[in-house]
Design a protein. Sequence first.
Lengths: 242, 242
Amino acid sequence: MLRPTRQSNRDNSAALASKPIKTGPRVYEEIRRMAMDYRFKPNERINEVALAARLNVSRSPIREALQRLVTEELITFQTNRGFFCRGFDVDEVVNLSDVRAVLEERSVRLAIQRATHEELAALVDWWTLTMARADSFSSAELTARDEEFHIRIARLSGNPELVRMLEGINTRIHFVRKIEVEKHRRLSTTYTEHSEIAQAMVARDADRAARLMHDHIDISVADAMSTVREGLARIYIDVDQI
Amino acid sequence: MLRPTRQSNRDNSAALASKPIKTGPRVYEEIRRMAMDYRFKPNERINEVALAARLNVSRSPIREALQRLVTEELITFQTNRGFFCRGFDVDEVVNLSDVRAVLEERSVRLAIQRATHEELAALVDWWTLTMARADSFSSAELTARDEEFHIRIARLSGNPELVRMLEGINTRIHFVRKIEVEKHRRLSTTYTEHSEIAQAMVARDADRAARLMHDHIDISVADAMSTVREGLARIYIDVDQI
DNA sequence: TCAGTCCGAATTGTCGACAATAGAAACGGC
DNA sequence: GCCGTTTCTATTGTCGACAATTCGGACTGA
């Protein structure tokens, strides 16, 4: 019997996924998303053939994507044993927050040095607008806005490496951050901190802005523990994944 | 004609490379090293089949390794066009140094907070010993010691993420750092700065240690430019690669 | 001379096949 | 009944093949 041509295969997957993106990048993005959201259980072994079947591709693009995610610390790898989901523990969250605080402080200071008044004013306006619409956003959307706020500042720093590293951290703490956002929401805590930071930046008050930023990011170990605890519950309770 | 069995292939490569490591990791390490040392010319397109032939493996492990190096920023990738060597420019060096300075300051401060007296004393001793033997080291070895000094401090910080990020930066600036080491050597500049830093750490003088560290890392744009210039010359003159 | 177009060669993207390895299950001795 | 083997099965590591795409150069018509 003739093996099916490749083209027909392609059409199949396209019909199912309904995404016109080249499979390579698509697969990477998809797995990345799964890892970010802990769709794999912590430390769970990832079966390549199963994943390949799920995404309608062969193992090659899967493995390439996974390897890439390994250096992003979203996935773990052991020779001859395969790929595993990263763990999920408090220490990591705390350590990343510490690094993040330092990097974001630097971002703020550089941005104050280098950004124009218009750019900083635009930041304030954008966040004000975002806050006004906050209620209409889903938690996911709000989390994205939160991340964007920080990344915008990093961009204004003029140092792409700063942006890159913070983005790396963001993808790793995305899950806990989303939980934090929802916590805030439940408590009706408003995001005034972001506004204060942005305003201090417009006023070119570097020390104040840096301090605000630091306090904003710095989380107590207790808070981190409680958030991680909720995260674990969520990971192991939500079984609504096919 | 029968295609050669896989086993024979393996034996072949093993005989040539004389390394008993599993090919996957080996290939990764090898390419990584090449990228670190700019054995690929900046922005040069990397031919997968050629590289595969060179390392006596098929394209699969090559591509996996390359993908991994992409997220390490040692390699660039464009869909359907393949992999490229990263560029080599001053801005990147300057930006990385800026980030590095911040992270290393944090490392120093945390290490002073958390390391024991014995650990810090050991750091001083180790560097003193290293300095005593400095003349017997090759530039490569000396560069490795330099990197190790900083990584040791990061380890003492107790924050593995700090270590990881600094290691990432180190691999990217390895090439320029080696040139700097050689410059220092030509000028007979001794590495007293490291000793001073370590001593300040033993004395638990956080501010002084942090300031010393910052000044040690912070390079002027002019210096960076001159180093990059020399690096470029070296990349394009040394043709001693098969 | 130059821009555009077309063709052929080179290169990448993905696949299925199979060997090597790890993991699990059956087995047997104690 | 339990622990150490042995066998069998599931999974990973690597390969060669081939389609899809890009690249470079020849050709053409101004």
